[in-house]
Design a protein around this ligand. Structure first.
Ligand SMILES: [Fe+2]
Ligand SMILES: [Fe+2]
Length: 377
């Protein structure tokens, strides 16, 4: 249940404080105000914390129960980056010169078309839906960070689009105008439709089960499957010494998205552990069917975006890749894999592994200060 603010009580308390100040008498004792901040006025005990339907005060971060959520928040903050710090001059030179084929340009434009609006859709899912129903402060702390990262990603796509001088109207409308992009987004919006409804609740069995399925649609399918063909295509340019700035932006985005997805998987598995009744045979079958459907849409997107091979990769390879990725996602939420395909792009895992070893700050224009650096003019 989400916390409700009793407006009359709040106004009365505020007036009482103001009167006390006016009359130069001391304000009411804190314990008289404490009932304003949630249903329970008791100090939070770690065992009372739950991912959904928690009754304890949600404004108290500590004691932390889900260390994995807090650690992801700390790791995400340590990975802070901004798009304008990446040097785009080589990309601009390549794009504006005569060195890129029409097929290469199509891959860039279509991926910008998908990603430029996709991250707004996922940000909406976080701030307008999922956040309301995740009743845990350490998870919410990470989700606030994630929401900001989605804004940074949309900024990054806009920055690439602007740097290359793409037609913004064309790119930002591709999700309305290009079938293979529209198909993915329409599917995703349908998967998370219920939790976006203002009257949606997770207290009933059906509500909680629907929420779990919506989270699978959002974190496993949208963030865990629908992003990955595009990541391969854009990172492949950098691997071939093409569009290194855009490739670097995508490396940072891939690192963020991997953490978003892993957070979502942890949340899903924790909800399952706390509410084992929800994880019925029907839910498991429905989720597997949705992943199967998503794979078809993602492969169609890859084929439409790359009708002919470029720079050592071709659409056929994406069938195996998307199936390989889908199998891994299924297994991570405790479902049986369905494809058994090999990964045709083993270098993708190297990109992720390398990131851990590389000193992130080495290639940066600006280094972030950790505290004490603000000056006020
Ligand atoms: Fe994102
Ligand atoms: Fe994300």
């Amino acid at each position: 249940m989400s916390i409700t603010w009793d407006e009359e009580t709040a106004v009365a308390a505020a007036k009482s404080v103001m009167n006390a100040v006016d009359n130069n008498v001391s304000a009411p004792e804190p314990e008289k105000l404490s009932s304003l901040f949630g249903e329970s006025t008791a100090r939070v005990k770690v065992d009372e914390k739950k991912i959904i339907n928690c009754r304890a005060d949600l404004n108290q971060l500590v004691p932390i129960k889900y260390q994995w959520a807090w650690q992801k928040y700390l790791d995400a903050c340590a990975n802070h980056w901004m798009p304008q710090e990446v040097n785009m001059s080589r990309d601009i030179e390549l794009w504006k010169g005569n060195t890129m084929s029409e097929d290469e340009r199509r891959v860039v434009k279509r991926n910008m078309g998908f990603f430029s609006t996709a991250d707004s859709l996922v940000a909406n899912n976080i701030v307008l839906a999922a956040y309301r129903h995740i009743t845990n402060p350490e998870c919410r702390q990470y989700m606030l960070r994630q929401a900001f990262e989605e804004a940074v990603h949309t900024h990054a796509y806009q920055y690439i689009i602007e740097s290359l001088g793409l037609d913004e109207g064309e790119v930002f409308n591709m999700y309305h105008e290009v079938n293979s992009i529209h198909g993915k987004d329409a599917f995703e919006i349908n998967l998370t439709r219920e939790m976006l409804r203002p009257d949606f609740e997770t207290e009933s069995f059906k509500g909680a089960q629907t929420f779990l399925e919506n989270l699978i649609g959002y974190y496993v399918i949208m963030e865990g499957i629908f992003f990955y063909s595009g990541f391969v295509m854009m990172l492949n340019f950098k691997r071939q010494n093409r569009l290194p700035g855009s490739g670097e932006q995508f490396e940072y985005i891939l690192r963020d998205e991997t953490m978003h997805m892993n957070f979502g998987i942890d949340v899903i598995n924790q909800i399952k552990a706390e509410n084992p009744d929800l994880w019925t045979k029907e839910v498991r079958e429905r989720s597997t069917d949705l992943v199967r459907e998503a794979v078809k849409l993602e492969v169609a997107y890859a084929k439409d975006t790359m009708p002919r091979g470029i720079l050592g990769i071709n659409a056929g390879m994406f069938e195996d890749y998307v199936q390989y990725v889908a199998d891994r996602r299924l297994e991570k939420i405790g479902l049986t894999k369905i494809y058994g395909s090999e990964n045709p792009f083993p270098w993708m895992s190297e990109v992720l592994d390398l990131r851990k070893e590389k000193n992130f700050f080495e290639t940066r224009v600006t280094e972030y200060q950790v505290g004490g650096a603000l000056s006020w003019d």
